[in-house]
Design a protein around this ligand. Sequence first.
Ligand SMILES: Cc1cc2nc3c(=O)[nH]c(=O)nc-3n(C[C@H](O)[C@H](O)[C@H](O)COP(=O)(O)OP(=O)(O)OC[C@H]3O[C@@H](n4cnc5c(N)ncnc54)[C@H](O)[C@@H]3O)c2cc1C
Length: 549
Amino acid sequence: MAEIEREAMEYDVVIVGAGPAGLSAAIRLKQLDADLQVVVLEKGSEVGAHILSGAVLDPCGLNALIPDWKEKGAPLNVEVKEDNFLMLGEAGQVRIPNFPMPPLMNNHGNYIVSMGNVCRWMAEQAEEMGVEIFPGMACSELVYGDNGEVKGVVAGEFGKNPDGTPGPAYEPGMELHGKYVFLSEGVRGSLSKEVIAKYGLSDGKEPQKYGVGMKEIWEIDPAKHKEGTVTHTMGWPLGSNAGGGSFIYHLDNNQVYVGFVVHLNYKNPHLFPYMEFQRFKHHPVVADLLKGGKRVAYGARAITEGGWQSMPKLVAPGVALLGCSAGMVNVPRIKGNHNAMLSGKAAAEAAFDAIKAERSGDELTAYEADVRDGAIGKDLKMVRNVKPMWSKWGLTASLALGGLDMWTNNLFGFSFFGTLGHGKNDAQSTEEASKHKPIDYPKPDGVLSFDRLTNVSFSMTNHEESQPCHLRLGNEDTPISVNLPKFAEPAQRYCPAGVYEVVEKDGKPEFVVNFQNCVHCKTCDIKDPSQNITWTTPQGGDGPNYPNM
Ligand SMILES: Cc1cc2nc3c(=O)[nH]c(=O)nc-3n(C[C@H](O)[C@H](O)[C@H](O)COP(=O)(O)OP(=O)(O)OC[C@H]3O[C@@H](n4cnc5c(N)ncnc54)[C@H](O)[C@@H]3O)c2cc1C
């Protein structure tokens, strides 16, 4: 294709992604200097459309950014009142008391929120301050300057044919240039991945680790609804097959977030994370709660789990990684929104100082220092051994040792274990199918549990069909020639949206990619054992349309 000519617009800071990290950065920049030119680009059809985290929010990030958020009407309406932790067996459960847990695990003072709605509110605040926010604009490429620095992004390219050539309604999009570019794409961001590889930002770090999180919103019988109740579970149905667990958060209006996370370092390629989630809802404790209710929404998204030791270097010339683009989730707390906000604030402060000093296109080292030496580093360092303990020693031992480790870190800033490594990445953890038994999953009953495609329709995901498939195979043959015989092609199961199928055509197996179903969770980019799938951005506005996830 001939070189594409695009118009360019100049800004002080270009921000990719309107999640809590990107929006916090935009708000802080304008707080510091109302004259700064700041733009936020979001691939979802509106702000919040791709935000999955129906969350327990630690308000420390928001307190630091907008101390009067209550007066300004932030949608933090449900304070946590009750905090339960259950260990499930197939038919029963044991409640783990709260007192042996370190204080950081306590949810009192936190809020059950729709992060989609929090982001919508943050976007309103940002726009009132003069930030330009463009939803429906996927950033598909980075633009580099003469000295190899990141100087901008390409956004808003529409109308390509399936083969990548310009179609009849082709629009080339624009280049948006900034003195600094902030990548706040969330977990496994596609541009962030390019930047991490190009500048070697993960050199010397542990591999990033992930889980896949699936979530449904249920409207339940008002008699069973207990606003402000948070319940986490571990154990059944995953047992020793994989790490992970569930969350059940009672928000307002008789709604409950029911979610399930499976750590992606599982070995058995027959494991089917989505079906584990469906099976979990048949546990008596969950089934009793949901009976008589209805599921009103479904979604899925990967979550970063590598923590402190996996966090890449955060800056390269002209660019900074914010929030979960760099993996800032505190894993035992299943919380990353507070750190995403704090990182946005810190990046904005570093960029403001740099711009004031007439710098541009260099490394914002002050941001890196703030994250590592400040509140985010403290939060992540304290829990750094929990995930490697889970992976190495399993659930029971890691609960005891991880608890002890969090206590010693909390009380004395000290760990008996130093900093444990993660070893392999999640793709490498997958073992050959012949070493494992297939798992027999019960058929969904259509009342408590649902088949994948029915549930995907509750994510309201949509992709224009006449565009190139955004899930790129490095080698078209690998799924059938390598993954199928060796790993029983696990893409058929690890994808929570049923994008990948192996069908029979003319007596031969064929790999089919139903990219229209994709909910942008990025699990395939992470877990494919051959690392043959690359997730790229489809055209803007496509993907899920989450209401208030
Ligand atoms: C199942 C699950 C449950 C969780 N529960 C909690 C919880 O209870 N509490 C908590 O604090 N945290 C929770 N988290 C973690 C939390 O979701 C993340 O830490 C947080 O979303 C990170 O914020 P972010 O701004 O970095 O990224 P995101 O919130 O992911 O936002 C990124 C935004 O960038 C957009 N984007 C990405 N790429 C591009 C591109 N190329 N062009 C344009 N736009 C782009 C996306 O559409 C998205 O809107 C949970 C995560 C999962 C998956």
